[in-house]
Design a protein around this ligand. Structure first.
Ligand code: TXA
Ligand code: MG
Length: 315
């Protein structure tokens, strides 16, 4: 079993030795290894049972380290880093030859971000290498937002889980890439598209079909084991009358077997913070079916809708 603790020196020792360690970030917990060590990165794929065609995000502790992992910076990249780092924004950049191909699944771009969680930021600054890290869940399942979530699923496969408490943002980073002469949105996440657009101008959304190399963006991902349906909750409750239904709602209570309200005050950031814990909770409950409201398609609501859409897997 893994040790859960707050000792970043111990986490650093394991990482230096080539092991995989779970780390807290402001978005979700990551499964980290030395990004420059091919054997260590391979261990991430095997622990997660992640297909090798799904590239990893590289985490750096100082903005200046960008030049160790990226060949060059597209227009406005520096302004985006200045505005949002450390924080939940991942930039897809031309890959530096020092980054092993396994990290990027052979792509010529590398996803890079500087996380803001203080424990992990300090860890990155103490290490002589950046950390490759996907979310610390088995491939295809809901991302973990507490150390216990990681221990529940991967506890026997990582030597150390660095416990940084519950994640403050709760959904993964926003991913953008410079393509065809402009910045495009690959995955909505913790930084709103509106805030990015204030710097880059309007963002185009990259259609799923155009990113076959990124299963995190495909249907049926971030998925609980129980069937999940989105839409008009009253109508869905009628449809599933007689079954134990768990409801995920933004603000209002529904009369159902279980009802989880993500933010009574209607705060999308608070709702995002609670989303994955509630999905896990309902998945582990005695509910037969999960139904979820559609959230306002603005700010963090975009990321919430995206994850729920994928959790529903086309239902
Ligand atoms: O907030 C986050 O981004 C978290 C924390 C741990 O930093 N990480 C995370 O990693 O969500 P992961 O691996 O679960 O999701 C990363 C997504 C995947 O869907 C992957 O396909 C995509 O990013 N990705 C990574 N590098 C890419 C690249 N070069 N081009 C296109 N997509 C890429
Ligand atoms: Mg993931």
């Amino acid at each position: 079993m893994s040790t859960i603790g707050t000792d970043s020196a111990q986490a650093a020792q394991h990482l230096q030795a080539g092991a995989v360690v779970a780390i807290p970030t402001e978005t979700v917990y990551g499964l980290a290894a030395n990004a420059f060590d091919e054997a260590a990165v391979l261990r991430i794929f095997s622990v997660k049972q992640r297909p090798s065609f799904d590239p990893l995000i590289v985490h750096i502790g100082r903005a200046a380290d960008i030049h160790r992992v990226a060949r060059e910076l597209p227009p406005q990249a520096q302004a985006l880093m200045d505005a949002f780092w450390p924080g939940p924004l991942t930039l897809l950049l031309p890959k530096h030859p020092d980054v092993p191909d396994i990290v990027t699944s052979g792509l010529d771009t590398v996803g890079v971000r500087m996380p803001s969680h203080p424990l992990t930021l300090a860890l990155l600054q103490a290490l002589p290498f950046p950390l490759a890290a996907p979310s610390a869940n088995p491939f295809g399942y809901v991302s973990p937002t507490t150390a216990q979530h990681v221990a529940d699923q991967l506890g026997d496969q990582v030597p150390y889980i660095l416990d940084g408490g519950p994640c403050a943002v709760g959904v993964e980073s926003t991913i953008i890439g410079w393509q065809d002469g402009r910045w495009q949105l690959f995955r909505p996440g913790g930084i709103s598209a509106e805030a990015i657009a204030a710097i880059t101008g309007p963002l185009t959304v990259v259609p799923t079909a155009a990113k076959p190399h990124a299963p995190g963006m495909l249907d049926s991902h971030y998925a609980p084991r129980k069937p999940l349906y989105r839409g008009d909750v009253e109508a869905l409750l009628k449809r599933f009358a007689g079954r134990s239904v768990g409801v995920i709602s933004f603000q209002r209570e529904y009369l159902a077997h279980r009802c989880e309200v993500l933010s009574e005050s209607g705060d999308l950031a608070e709702a995002a913070r609670h989303l994955f814990a509630v999905l896990r909770e309902l998945d582990g409950s005695d509910c037969a079916v999960i139904v979820a409201e559609e959230f306002p398609e603005e700010g963090l609501g975009r990321a919430i809708n995206d994850r729920l859409r994928r959790a529903a897997g086309g239902r």
